[in-house]
Design a protein around this ligand. Structure first.
Ligand SMILES: C[S@@+](CC[C@H](N)C(=O)[O-])C[C@H]1O[C@@H](n2cnc3c(N)ncnc32)[C@H](O)[C@@H]1O
Length: 389
């Protein structure tokens, strides 16, 4: 699928990673949701087309979403499920919207509406569209801006609160990090709009570099969780292709642990792909500078210290969080340990299981509530982790 179109993304590999996460997540999401919901309502709030290279707009988020939804509908039809697909695509720019509308007008197998509106002005229309899907429709809202303006927390709150529903937000960390402490009053006000209050500032006091970046993302994710009354929020880091810096974070919010499993799985696949793409992008960059082709492939020469440093950082962070909770309680529900781990990027349930194995081997942890033949703890089974020291 998308990897066949990798040429369309040369020089903007971060977009390929974003599209990979969106497509892969939607593929699994639609297959799962379609087994119990009668309709899927997909809303792309910042649709584009934007910087697309394919004449058929194959490298646009809306074309990719339609393709995944269609595929899922076909599979579901095979098990007797007739899922109604409904999409609303919003785009503020008049020219971009004209292309979007032309594309949508040629779709005859899915209900597609487009709006040439600013997101914040379109909230009532979006709610109306979602409402017309009936109460057996599941919604998915994608917010993919170019900066941090135009999706104030107070404006998007009704979209975050849609139930059943999930959201995926592109948080433009790179830009935000650069301007978040600007003394300029309008800039400060725009950040208060983004976060929904000025409280985020207190979390940033005294922090620098990566600590500050993490605090910014966590504060935003926490607000999305609170405002939308979500149970879980995860984020995937997308790095610059050529430089060792964060480009953006994809923040995903859900009320369902199954959604988290799928998102984390997709994150894992995306991170592996991202490192291959970055290796190639960095090799091309070096070759441009030296005007010499390198003898070895980028798979041999690439050592992303950035990725490795971040992975180590977040492993430590998640492990300390679980250890802290274990020390504070006489029994920590496995589900809670899992929840702490999956909210951290670049850390997966497999890491938690590995720590648990090591702690057991070292004789410092026991698990209560396991069934006779059960070897590893599971969620939803009242399995408690207990520190023995
Ligand atoms: C990053 S691009 C979207 C890319 C697209 N989601 C994709 O992945 O193919 C952001 C788009 O949102 C549009 N836009 C910017 N501000 C907007 C707003 N306030 N409301 C609606 N659309 C907006 C821009 O014109 C641009 O086409």
């Amino acid at each position: 699928m998308m990897n066949d179109n990798a040429d369309l993304y040369i020089g903007r590999e971060q977009t390929l990673v974003k599209h990979f996460i969106l497509s892969k997540y939607l593929e699994r999401f639609a297959h799962i949701v379609g087994t119990f919901a009668d309709a899927i309502t997909y809303v792309d709030c910042f649709s584009g087309p934007w910087n697309v290279r394919s004449p058929e707009l194959k490298d646009s988020s809306f074309a990719l979403a339609l393709a995944e939804l269609r595929k899922a509908r076909q599979t579901l039809a095979g098990i007797g499920r007739d899922v109604r697909l409904r999409c609303l695509f919003l785009e503020r720019d008049r020219n971009a919207h004209a292309k979007l509308k032309d594309f949508a007008d040629h779709v005859d197998d899915i209900e597609v509406e487009t709006q040439n509106l600013d997101l914040e002005a379109a909230i009532p229309d979006i709610l109306d569209f979602v409402g017309r899907g009936g109460n057996r429709s599941f919604s998915f809202v994608f917010i993919d801006p170019t900066g941090w303006k135009g999706f104030a927390m107070s404006a998007i709150a009704p979209l975050l609160r849609l139930q059943p529903g999930e959201v995926l937000i592109n948080f433009m960390t790179g830009h935000i990090r650069r301007f978040i402490q600007s003394p300029d009053q309008p800039t400060q006000d725009s950040f208060i709009d983004l976060f929904g209050s000025a409280d985020f500032r207190t979390h940033l006091v005294g922090l620098k570099e990566q600590d500050r970046e993490d605090a910014v993302v966590e504060a935003y994710a926490e607000n999305v969780k609170r405002v939308g009354d979500f149970r879980y929020v995860c984020n995937a880091i997308v790095l610059h292709p050529e430089i060792d810096r964060t480009h953006f974070h994809l923040i995903y919010a859900t009320r369902n642990p199954k959604g988290v499993d799928v998102f984390k799985d997709v994150e894992k696949q995306a991170m592996a792909m991202m490192e291959i793409l970055r290796a190639d992008a960095q090799r091309r960059h070096r070759e441009r500078k030296t005007r010499q082709r390198e003898l070895f492939g980028s798979d041999v020469t690439h050592r992303s210290t950035r990725y490795a440093t971040l992975r180590k950082r977040y492993l430590n962070k998640a492990k300390e969080s679980v250890e802290g909770a274990l020390a504070a309680k006489s029994g920590l529900l496995y589900d809670e340990a899992w929840e702490r781990v999956v909210s951290v990027p670049l850390v997966w349930e497999s890491d938690l299981k590995e720590w648990i194995r090591d702690w057991q081997t070292d004789g410092c942890l026991q698990i209560q509530g396991m069934q006779p033949r059960q070897r590893v703890p599971h969620r939803g089974k009242e399995n408690y982790l207990q520190w023995l020291i």
